[in-house]
Design a protein around this ligand. Structure first.
Ligand SMILES: Nc1nc2c(ncn2[C@@H]2O[C@H](COP(=O)(O)OP(=O)(O)OP(=O)(O)O)[C@@H](O)[C@H]2O)c(=O)[nH]1
Length: 510
């Protein structure tokens, strides 16, 4: 069977009703507020018997009135519903007259005195007692439960208790709204929550706030007000940051699903128009020992400052990245300036030799490597004929043509004024010569076309090619051999590619 459990307010109300009843009883004891039904009945019954005694005494004045005596006794018993029997007993104990079963049912009270059910009145003749009237009455109805309940004072008391309970309950509910014992969080628990920097709110199963710690009051200027007993969803500043439907508020969902909610972000608008406070809400259900959900524990982590610092950090990181990219670009620029010839974009001599050494070392360890030296034919005449600026354009056009078809691993450098050097790793002498001759052809056919404003300049270049397999032991030796071959190419009429040949170079006196 399900036990009926009174709420704490119900229990207090019941206690107050009990106390009030006790008070009324004490008042009755001292001042006699309620009529004593037993006493009243005893008086009435005594009066009935006294009246009968007077009647009987009068009848007995007349002789031979035995029949009238008996009839009078019967008549009284007939009209008095509570009167069971009447007897007239002489002083010697013998019954002179009696109604019904009086002789059998009459029992003299133990103390010999009248009581509520057995009433005795003495009869006297000429001032001398000669007998008594005995009257046997029903016990009072109040000795049974329905009879007791039928008493007015009992009904009044019950009505008073019932009304009192309802009124006390209503009153207590109103007065103790904030102090409902089931809702009240012990002060020491609240103090413990106050030590937390995180805002904490506990709501009951109807979403009313049972406890909110000090940090909660710092979330919004209106949050410092007394909100105990108020529905959390009814706090305007909080509700404004939550879904319109209160059933979707985190604590409602938590109690409904019995599952915790974590990491819900709320932006609490501030009345001063300042930036909203960013809160991270976590909520979990509070269950009693029987597994019933009694409420929810809700925490608000103010991450406004953290968020602001994150934004600052992100901005700083973005700025840092931008300046890193800027520095990288500057470094690349510096590297370009340090390694490239500004006019042609080819490697300068220093960068060329920096690259040459490891390439040469690798080739010496086992691999092919060729070097090409090339020089623009009769370059001086461009300067002389068209001016130095056009001479520069010719140098640029040749550099462009040379670089256009080289492989990524090839190295092109401006070796001198109008002289270029090309390193071709992994190519043998024949292959390198083929490259040189192809470049020669491209310069002859394309370089002059690329210079605008001067008609078709005829530009040609001579090429000298040498391979590491021809005995060079240092990068410089390889370049000297290529330069020797270039010299032969110049001597042999220019606009040609010449492989290095030790004998030929010697003959040429180079
Ligand atoms: N416009 C220009 N002229 C340069 C530059 N560097 C060197 N020169 C000139 O290039 C000329 C080099 O000419 P030479 O080496 O004598 O060549 P060349 O005799 O005209 O021709 P080849 O005998 O075929 O080599 C010199 O007059 C230099 O002043 C430069 O950067 N720009």
């Amino acid at each position: 069977m399900r036990r009926v459990r009174l709420s704490p307010i119900g229990r207090i109300a019941a206690g107050l009703v009990a106390m009030t009843s006790m008070l009324v009883l004490v008042l009755d004891l001292v001042l006699g507020v309620f009529p004593a039904e037993g006493e009243v009945a005893r008086q009435v019954r005594l009066r009935i018997v006294n009246a009968l005694a007077m009647q009987l005494a009068a009848i007995m004045q007349r002789p031979q009135e035995q029949a009238l005596l008996l009839r009078t006794m019967h008549d009284v018993v007939a009209v008095e519903p509570d009167l069971l029997s009447v007897g007239l007993r002489r002083e010697d104990g013998s019954l002179l007259a009696a109604t019904r079963r009086h002789a059998q049912d009459w029992k003299l009270p133990a103390d010999g005195r009248s009581n509520l059910t057995h009433v005795m009145v003495d009869l006297q003749r000429n001032g001398v007692r000669w007998g008594r009237i005995e009257a046997r009455f029903r016990p009072l109805a109040s000795s049974t439960l329905p009879g007791w309940l039928a008493q007015r004072w009992v009904q009044f008391s019950l009505l008073l208790a019932g009304l009192g309970f309802v009124l006390y309950h209503l009153y207590l509910r109103r007065v103790l709204q904030h102090l409902d014992p089931s809702a009240t969080i012990p002060e020491r628990v609240k103090s413990a929550f106050d030590t937390l920097t995180e805002a904490v709110m506990i709501v009951d199963d109807r979403g009313r706030i049972l406890m909110a710690n000090q940090a909660f009051g710092a979330l919004h200027p209106d949050a410092v007000r007394d909100h105990l007993g108020r529905p959390a969803s009814g706090l305007p500043w909080l509700a404004a940051a939550m879904p319109h439907d209160a059933a979707q508020h985190a604590w409602a969902r938590v109690m409904d699903s019995r599952e915790a909610v974590t990491g819900e972000v709320l932006n609490i608008a501030q009345p001063d128009g300042g930036p909203p406070r960013k809160l991270v809400l976590n909520a979990s259900p509070v269950q009693d020992g029987g597994g019933r959900v009694r409420g929810a524990l809700v925490t608000f982590d103010d991450v406004t400052e953290l968020d602001r610092m994150n934004v600052q950090l992100r901005t700083a990181l973005t700025e840092l990245e931008a300046s890193r990219q800027e520095i990288e670009a500057k470094n690349r620029e510096l590297t370009e300036l340090a390694t490239k010839d500004p006019m042609t974009g080819c490697f300068n001599r220093r960068a060329f030799f920096d690259a040459f050494d490891p390439i040469f070392a690798r080739a010496r360890a086992g691999g092919a490597l060729c070097a090409i030296m090339t020089d623009i034919d009769h370059f001086k005449s461009f300067n002389d004929k068209y001016g130095h600026a056009v001479g520069d354009l010719v140098i640029k056009a040749v550099a462009r043509t040379l670089g256009a078809t080289l492989r990524p691993q090839d190295v092109l450098a401006r070796y001198g004024g109008e002289e270029f050097c090309i390193l071709l790793p992994e190519l043998d002498l024949e292959q390198a010569w083929a490259v040189a001759d192809r470049l020669r052809h491209q310069i002859e056919t394309q370089a002059g076309q690329s210079i605008e404003g001067h008609g078709a300049l005829r530009i040609t270049s001579s090429f000298g090619v040498a391979s590491i397999v021809q005995g060079a032991e240092t990068p410089h030796q390889l370049l000297e051999q290529a330069d020797g071959a270039l010299y032969v190419a110049k001597r042999n009429g220019r606009n040609r590619a010449q492989k290095w040949n030790a004998g030929e170079t010697a003959l040429a006196g180079h």
